[in-house]
Design a protein around this ligand. Structure first.
Ligand code: ADP
Ligand code: 5GP
Length: 203
């Protein structure tokens, strides 16, 4: 499938746990008026998380039902739980010309790359491996064992992302504002280029 079919722009944000993906995605919503896709997941909700806003928290059976109905644009198993992007709201927003952001893992990103050749795909890196541990502990969402499991997988995820060859840009999230500005600049240039193409020619 080509994303040329839609006037909107699909943006993918991936990276190891704790690198700042969610923080960056919310800033992109504010700065670009983008629509953040709400993923479905079978992982339990954190105490601060809201069903329907942060995720659609589903039972394994409900998730399977969506799989059987082919409702997902992509899906993957991450840290022992299922996560997936429901196609309908994403396609509708792209048809309406919106910038749509997917915060998804590398397996999901590979599926999106195959279906949307014009998607803009970003992989976010920490300034140093130790910053992931600091940020996950500061966030206070996950238990120590969950944090340890996520940290153990970070190196492999970065390697897998590099090998996948599906990302267009690698952004180091050291200073948060700098990282957000880099992504905003890249996306804005792409949107501007599209508008130029669509301008009526007078001569
Ligand atoms: P992810 O979605 O990648 O797991 P989050 O966006 O939840 O990560 O960020 C994890 C923690 O790191 C949050 O407490 C967030 O406020 C913090 N954080 C994000 N970016 C930075 C940064 N550049 N410097 C320091 N802390 C950051
Ligand atoms: P978390 O549990 O920290 O919210 O997310 C864990 C991992 O799942 C992150 O790498 C996140 O990007 C990924 N993820 C979240 N939603 C989706 C989704 O819809 N599809 C895929 N493939 N990965 C997702």
């Amino acid at each position: 499938m080509s994303s040329n079919l839609y006037p909107g722009l699909l943006v993918v944000i991936s990276g190891p746990s704790g690198v700042g993906k969610t923080t960056i995605c919310h800033a992109l919503v504010d700065r670009l008026g983008a629509q953040l896709s709400v993923s479905a997941t079978t992982r339990p909700a954190g105490s601060e998380e809201c069903n329907g806003e942060d995720y659609l928290f589903l039972s394994a059976q409900q998730f399977k039902q969506h799989l059987d109905n082919a409702d997902f644009l992509e899906h993957a198993q991450v840290f022992g739980h299922y996560y997936g992007t429901l196609a309908k709201p994403v396609i509708e927003a792209l048809q309406a010309g919106k910038i749509v952001i997917l915060e998804i893992d590398v397996n999901g990103a590979k599926q999106i790359r195959q279906r949307f050749d014009r998607a803009k795909m970003f992989f976010i890196l920490p300034p140093a491996p130790a910053s992931l541990s600091d940020r996950l502990n500061t966030r206070r969402r996950d238990a120590k064992t969950v944090i340890a499991e996520r940290l153990a997988k970070a190196d492999g995820e970065v390697r897998f992302a590099r090998e996948s060859g599906c990302y267009d840009y690698t952004i180091v999230n050291d200073n948060l504002e700098d990282a957000i500005n880099q992504i905003v600049t890249i996306i804005s240039k792409r949107c501007f280029a599209n508008q130029e193409k669509e301008k009526p020619q007078n001569d």
